[in-house]
Design a protein around this ligand. Structure first.
Ligand SMILES: Nc1ncnc2c1ncn2[C@@H]1O[C@H](COP(=O)(O)OP(=O)(O)OP(=O)(O)O)[C@@H](O)[C@H]1O
Length: 597
């Protein structure tokens, strides 16, 4: 098995065993909980990492072990510079803070986040394209091929990720991380969920990477003897403290020096973990030993800087990012095409059939027909607006973890724009299907032309509806309450449509709300299209109430504008921009919250 022989730290073959990462008095804590309206909390509630100091060296292949809740994950995430909890102390690469060395350090989190609709090869091609550059580049293609070979992913090349086993997903996650050839690789429980063969396969690849000059550090949950012996050093943690860090033999010596002897044929990793679980005395003694050893580390040479600032990751230009993200969305959409078609059939065709049956023969040329047509126009408008905006509402809920894991690969705006554009086919298909079927039995003047105009208007109206749904989704993603908030905002917006009350009868202070209502502009446009063609409405001789004489009178009664084309087009555009800006702000806020682990 060839392991990345094109990736060596050739600059450093003269210095051996020198320090790469230095950790100085690292403390991480959970903040005191305060009501959301109070100032940002600063006090410490629970100390997760307690004054950890140490260093990691070149060629070191370290296993982090310790009881559950020891702080292993928090330590690894801090090493990668991605910890979002309040902290003190420093983690440095050379003389630079690890947070400034993007690309030099990569973390493989414990729980994978993928777009499950993609196949293995599609996912790897996307990641290659977005992280390191074009797949047409021979070097990038070789890298991709070699990783597929190393992690035995060839057999699953075309398998959808959702159908992979937990272990196979783990291998894919590792392969994805290694695409950018990080110099420091941090893995949180890379063997969890793998059978012993695959666990050894993964550890074997990681070991070779460390032998080639990288720093590889992994937390391992209860490693077997076979697995444990592959590591060159061990880092033992308990209760947020570093109890030991060094070669495996030295660890055994340290335990023996405090009179703790590992029985013959007993798994040493298990012995260490047991010895420090719930034993303050042992923890205290080991902390003292660890502090003495630290004095030696402090005198070790530090690597010069330049190597850490270099990274093989590239930032693709904004349009390329949008294109690649759209391509990924479209693949996922294609794989779920059957579900989308069923959804189209159930939600649109059946609804349209119900409408056409209910409004059979309806015409706006009679007094009783005026009300029917008003209802019909409202129903086709609202079906499209609601259908499209609610389908966008959950766009981020399932993808937010993926988005937060991929921070740095593409910009927030590129992601938002691509997500927005991925709804465009729906904005076109839904209105066409709805209008074509629902108008079948309704009497429209110039039937085909009017139906086409309805389609065009509803397509344009669907775009601000998507922006509205995405805006709400991005603003309330983290709270998960968008489904509860949206109906409350819908109410004033659809009241402004003019379908339920005359806009002219609104209190003056409510008047401006209509300008941010996509329901209003859509209803205004379809009503104008229809009623402007009705030149006469019959008024029976025995009619007691006042008759509406023509379509213009109906428009006047509802308060719909004169120059509707300009007003409604501008309205659609402004509302789309308004909700997109709000959605972008919401997504940016999520991005700022940091890495999801
Ligand atoms: N964001 C957080 N908010 C509150 N507590 C947290 C947070 N992150 C971690 N903790 C707490 O810090 C402690 C250490 O967590 P961490 O996940 O780092 O431990 P671990 O050693 O990786 O555990 P395990 O082996 O079970 O995965 C745990 O008690 C955990 O509940």
């Amino acid at each position: 098995m060839a392991v990345h022989d094109w990736r060596t730290w050739r600059d450093y073959d003269k210095i051996d065993n020198d320090v790469v990462i230095r950790i100085k008095n690292l403390k991480v804590w959970t903040p005191e909980e305060k009501p959301w309206w109070r100032r940002k909390p600063t006090k410490c509630k629970t100390l997760i990492l307690n004054n950890i100091s140490g260093c990691l060296r070149r060629n070191e292949f370290t296993a982090i072990i310790g009881p559950s809740g020891a702080g292993k994950t928090t330590f690894l995430v801090s090493l990668a510079g991605k910890c979002t909890l309040p902290s003190e102390g420093s983690v440095t690469l050379g003389s630079r803070n690890v947070r400034e060395c993007a690309g030099a350090v990569e973390i493989v989190p414990q729980h994978e986040a993928f777009m499950n609709g993609l196949s293995v090869i599609e996912h790897l091609v996307f990641m290659t394209e977005i992280k390191i550059g074009s797949c047409r580049d021979l070097r990038n293609r070789t890298m991709l091929d070699s990783l597929m070979e190393e992690f035995q992913l060839r057999a699953h090349r075309d398998t959808p990720i959702g159908a992979l086993s937990g272990g196979e997903k783990r291998l894919l996650s590792l392969a994805t991380t290694l695409l950018s050839d990080p110099q420091i690789l941090i893995c949180d429980e890379p063997t969890t969920g793998l059978d012993s063969y695959n666990a050894l396969l993964v550890i074997g690849v990681l070991k070779k990477l460390s032998a080639a000059g990288r720093v590889v550090i992994c937390s391992v949950h209860q490693p077997s003897c076979d697995l444990f012996k592959e590591f060159t050093s061990v880092l033992l943690m308990a209760e947020g403290r570093l109890l030991f860090h060094g070669a495996k033999d030295e660890c055994m010596d340290a335990f023996e020096s405090i009179d703790l002897h590992c029985p013959i044929n007993y798994n040493p990793a298990e012995f260490y973990i047991r010895a420090v679980s719930n034993s303050n005395t042992n923890i205290q003694k080991l902390v003292e030993i660890s502090e003495n050893r630290l004095q030696i580390d402090r005198t070790s040479p530090i690597r010069p800087d330049p190597v850490y600032s270099c990274s093989k990751t590239v930032q693709r230009n904004w349009f390329k990012q949008v294109y690649l993200l759209l391509w990924r969305q479209s693949l996922s959409l294609k794989r779920n095409a059957r579900n989308h078609l069923i959804q189209l059939f159930v939600s649109v065709i059946i609804t349209s059939l119900v409408l056409t049956v209910s409004y059979v023969g309806a015409s706006g040329t009679t007094q009783s027909g005026v009300q029917d047509i008003r209802g019909f126009l409202w129903l086709i408008t609202s079906e499209v607006a609601f259908g499209v905006s609610y389908s966008a509402l959950y766009a981020f809920e399932y993808e937010i973890t993926l988005f937060k894991r991929e921070v740095g690969m593409y910009t927030c705006s590129a992601y938002f724009v691509s997500r927005f554009m991925s709804f465009i086919p729906r904005c076109i298909l839904w209105p066409i299907a709805l209008v074509s079927v629902s108008t079948l039995a309704v009497e429209l003047p110039n039937h085909v032309v009017t139906a086409v105009k309805f389609c065009a208007t509803l397509i344009l109206g669907a775009i601000p509806s998507v922006a509205y749904g995405l805006g709400m989704a991005a603003l309330f993603t983290s709270t998960g309450i968008m489904g509860d908030v949206m109906p409350c905002i819908d109410l004033p917006l659809f009241l402004m449509s003019g379908a339920f009350l005359r806009i002219s009868s609104l209190p003056t202070w409510m008047y401006p709300v209509k300008y941010i209502s996509h329901f209003f502009y859509a209803m205004d446009a379809v009503s104008n299209i229809y009623w402007r063609q009705i030149e006469h409405i019959d008024c029976p001789l025995n009619e007691t109430s006042t008759c509406v004489k023509d379509g213009a009178a109906v428009l006047m009664e509802n308060g719909y504008a004169g120059d509707y084309i300009l007003q409604d087009s501008l309205g659609f555009l402004l509302i789309t921009v308004f909700w997109c800006v709000l959605g972008y702000i919401g997504l940016k806020r999520e991005e700022k919250k940091g890495y999801a682990y």
